[in-house]
Design a protein around this ligand. Structure first.
Ligand code: ATP
Ligand code: MG
Length: 716
């Protein structure tokens, strides 16, 4: 394999070869060396991003093994993701100079527990065998239906997520309702019902005939219990492993901590490494409290702080410091001021755009320039807050002919709801349903509504993800129609298929598109942080907890994680509206206040357009959900207070207008829109656009005519 200059620079020789360094102390700074040389016993390394945590932890293991302080087979190194475990294993192998360091077990908590349980299970349980439940979905669905609940697929996924959070947090079904209220979680059903499904799920798993079904959290629970309850098992286990190391310790859950406690028993030979300011998985039950309380728990622990950042340029490091400096709360108390060690590089850039499409096009252009000037596409990433944001970037990169892959989520057109949407549009086209011009987006919204495109975003994580993706699709249709007003349903379908095909997963290593969560622990030469508008980062449902709430602080940490992924080039951007031509109601992320250069942050802080309450029926006040009802602003079954004469006048006018324009009548206005006008009797532009189906374009084309008709009826 040929190694390019960029790679040579990164693969620092001491990370891959160590014959010349039998003590494993070369190329370590003073603090790193202190952590490596600390005697066996509790060690806590509080380290910022890119400060050499993984380097320090693997060197410490290598040093302990080489110096004969512990046998390689007695060390257990754990972390949280397969990727991180693999990274540790390969670094340990690279440090193996015949001492056996490469034989150290480095794995995830789950893999370690699974292996131990396989070994101890016959002894602690006896004849009943166990089977791993790879996916909870069907058992949770069964539990929900036994509880008499009618739930959607999304609800089942969210219920499974709640069960995982509760188990990871050591919360029983009985304690769930109280805990969820305290944590302010976004749940699809009321807490008592979720708790009922959780209890039912546990019963169903236990009752599977002859075989115990264990989910991933049960692996951990049973491992802890086997060691806690059986002194012989505990003895055997503790003879086997004597020295424990945990990377990314800020991500530990109470359940994993319980396993760690069981492993340790009364011993304290534990090295932990973490950065509380990179805690971004609280919603899964991860908590930095164990990291922050480490020296309280082990008063004689060696505590080492690493502040030199070897990953990023001083320019990138300085921005990271600025962003995290504003953090509040306990986690923030642990923040470290990073000091960049690399040569200076370009300043991070900030750009404001009118809309997301323009933002994506500008990003694609900058990426093309970076590639031209020699940055490999695999060294470039575009990072966003939620997966549905990938759509415009997939589109812009495809258009620019730049290969990419979407990480930690499928590409937009592979998403289940988008595939379902295309099927629904196809069926409608086959039934002969059609529309064109301004009516097409309306028709599409109507067809997507049963798939989850409600007027208001729903509750529940999965349902909201689905809603965001469907909204992105509806926006895409708006754009298409704006560009090609003659588009009909068939032509639209052909266009969408063409786009989906054009984005087949590339075979080569391309630019990475990833959510900030999926980017954790990774690094690139160039990073684009996009969509940094208030309401997206921090995301609106975090803001709903209050501007100083912990969920908003977690959003700030997400930005910090994003910034610290960049080695050299960093570009931050946002758009003032979602769609081209849309009202520019957004403002830059509050986390950039006073940080983004004045010229940008100076743009008037227009208030974000409130989503407003869910639409309600004018007659009975029930919440409206179907498009015709929303259009009429009353339930379809509620009595109409229509001005029949006005409706007849409007229909006459529509016929004349459509003939003049040489278009079908519904292109002017649908029947439902005319009915809504005849019922609500709008007297000005504001009242007209408040009627769903009448936007800026129709207001301009027909507003004066319609208002005149309404007025002539009222004065007659
Ligand atoms: P993250 O927070 O993202 O997990 P980390 O703290 O684990 O980062 P590492 O991946 O261990 O950081 O190190 C970041 C980079 O800095 C690596 O390329 C590593 O080789 C390099 N590095 C670490 N320490 C030193 C040092 N003392 N001298 C030179 N390079 C170093
Ligand atoms: Mg690391």
């Amino acid at each position: 394999m040929s190694v390019g200059p960029a790679m040579m620079e990164r693969m620092s020789p001491t990370d891959v070869r160590s014959e010349a360094d039998p003590t494993h102390l070369g190329e370590l700074d003073d603090e790193q060396r202190e952590a490596v040389l600390a005697p066996r016993g509790p060690v806590c390394v509080l380290a910022g991003a890119g400060t050499g945590k993984t380097r320090t932890i693997t060197r410490r293991i290598a040093h302990l093994v080489t110096a004969g302080h512990v046998a390689a087979s007695q060390v257990l190194a754990v972390t949280f993701t397969q990727r991180a475990a693999g990274e540790m294993r390969s670094r340990l192998r690279a440090l193996d100079d015949g001492s056996g360091t490469g034989a150290v077990q480095a794995m995830t908590f789950h893999a370690a527990a699974r292996r131990q349980l396989q070994y101890f299970w016959p002894r602690v349980v006896g004849d009943t065998s166990w089977q791993l439940l790879d996916s909870k979905f069907s058992v949770v669905a069964q539990a929900a239906s036994r509880a008499g609940l009618q739930v959607s697929t999304d609800d089942v996924r969210d219920l499974a997520g709640e069960i995982e959070w509760a188990k990871a947090s050591l919360i029983s079904p009985e304690g769930y309702a109280a805990a969820v209220a305290k944590a302010g979680r976004d749940i699809p059903l009321d807490a008592e019902k979720v708790a009922g499904v959780y209890a039912g799920y546990e019963r169903l798993k236990a009752r599977a005939d002859g075989v115990a079904l264990l989910d991933f959290d049960d692996l951990l629970l049973h491992t802890a219990a086997a060691i806690e309850n059986d002194p012989a098992v505990a003895q055997e286990f503790r003879d086997r492993y004597r020295c424990f190391v945990v990377d990314e310790y800020q991500d530990v859950t109470p359940l994993q901590q319980r396993v760690l406690n069981a492993w340790l028993g009364e011993r304290d030979d534990l090295t932990v490494v973490g950065d509380a300011n990179q805690t971004i998985y609280s919603f899964t039950g991860a908590t930095p409290q164990f990291l922050l309380n480490f020296s309280r728990r082990y008063p004689d622990a060696a505590v080492v702080r690493l502040e030199r950042d070897y990953r990023s340029t001083p320019q990138v490091v300085s921005l990271a410091n600025q962003v995290i400096a504003a953090a509040r709360g306990r986690v923030a108390g642990s923040k470290l001021h990073l000091v960049g060690q690399r040569d200076p590089g370009p300043k991070p850039t900030f750009s404001e755009h009118t809309d997301e499409v323009a933002e994506a096009a500008a990003v694609a252009k900058k990426i093309a320039r970076l590639i031209e000037s020699g940055t490999p596409p695999s060294e470039i990433a575009v990072l966003y807050r939620i997966n549905a944001q990938s759509e415009v970037y997939e589109e812009a990169l495809t258009e620019a002919g730049i290969a990419f892959q979407v990480r930690g989520g499928e590409g937009f057109f592979s998403r289940q709801e988008i595939r379902q949407s295309l099927v629904a549009l196809q069926r409608a086209a086959e039934r002969g349903t059609d529309a064109s011009g301004a009516e097409l987006p309306e028709l599409v919204r109507q067809l997507l509504e049963p798939l989850g495109l409600t007027a208001e975003p729903p509750t529940g994580t999965r349902a909201r993800e689905r809603w965001e993706a469907l909204t992105a699709l509806a926006d895409l249709v708006n754009d298409e129609v704006a560009q090609r007003p003659s588009l009909d349903l068939r032509a639209l379908l052909a266009e969408l298929r063409h786009r989906a095909d054009a984005r087949h997963p590339p075979v080569v290593q391309g630019v990475t598109l990833a959510s900030l969560h999926a980017a954790k622990g990774l690094e690139w030469d160039a990073v684009f942080l996009v969509g940094l508008a208030d309401g997206t980062l921090p995301i609106s449902h975090a803001l709903a907890h209050g501007p100083d709430s912990e969920p908003v602080e977690e959003e700030r940490r997400l930005l910090y994680v994003g910034i610290t992924r960049a080695r050299v080039h960093l570009a931050l951007s946002w758009a003032l509206s979602r769609n081209p031509g849309g009202r520019q109601t957004r403002r830059p992320s509050r986390f950039l206040n006073g940080i983004a250069p004045q010229s940008q942050s100076d743009t008037p802080n227009r208030p974000r357009k409130p989503r407003g309450p869910a639409p309600r029926c004018r007659v009975c006040n029930n919440i409206l959900t179907t498009p015709p009802a929303i259009m009429l602003r009353r339930c379809e079954s509620c009595p109409s207070d229509i001005d029949e004469q006005l409706l007849a006048d409007l229909k006459d006018w529509r016929l004349r207008t459509s003939k003049d324009m040489n278009v079908p009548a519904y292109v002017v206005f649908t029947d439902n829109t005319l009915i809504a006008i005849a019922e609500t009797l709008p007297t000005d532009d504001a009242a007209l656009v408040a009627i769903p189906g009448i936007g800026a374009r129709k207001l301009e084309q027909f507003g004066a005519d319609v208002l005149a008709l309404v007025k002539s009826r009222q004065t007659s």
